[in-house]
Design a protein around this ligand. Structure first.
Ligand SMILES: N=c1c2ncn([C@@H]3O[C@H](COP(=O)(O)OP(=O)(O)OP(=O)(O)O)[C@@H](O)[C@H]3O)c2ncn1[C@@H]1O[C@H](COP(=O)(O)O)[C@@H](O)[C@H]1O
Length: 105
């Protein structure tokens, strides 16, 4: 079984329609965007700390926490993965043009 970010996005979106008592995701969203952003920032800091430590498993765990909390924040702001993928594709195309231009001199 492969659990993708798209699968996680779907689960997060589904959990919004449950109660906070049953869902950590719903409890986060109910606390508002500032709280979701604070939690994501905490997870980003924990991920950065884990990245410089030797334990790869801890880094993977913190990265998973970060990605989850980022995706809850995206849900709270009405942003979907496809929005971010489109932005990444735009940058890739832009950098591709720059590479071609630099090769042409
Ligand atoms: N990927 C995750 C995930 N990663 C981390 N967490 C939760 O994030 C929290 C991080 O722990 P913290 O100590 O930092 O937070 P806390 O002290 O519990 O909560 P706060 O009071 O600090 O907000 C833990 O409660 C984890 O359970 C997650 N909770 C849910 N998911 C995914 O979201 C789905 C829906 O979860 P529910 O909304 O709980 O049904 C799950 O099936 C998973 O796929």
């Amino acid at each position: 079984m492969t659990f993708t970010l798209a699968d996680l996005e779907k689960r997060i979106s589904e959990r919004i329609h449950t109660t906070a008592a049953e869902s950590y995701t719903r409890s986060l969203i109910d606390k508002g965007i500032a709280h979701c952003a604070k939690k994501m920032g905490e997870e980003a800091f924990e991920t950065a700390i884990a990245a410089v430590q030797e334990d790869k498993g801890r880094f993977v765990s913190e990265a998973a926490d970060l990605i989850y909390h980022l995706m809850v924040l995206m849900e709270a702001r009405g942003v979907v993965l496809k929005d971010v993928e489109a932005e990444l594709e735009r940058r890739t195309a832009q950098s591709g043009h720059a590479e071609k231009a630099s090769r042409k001199g």
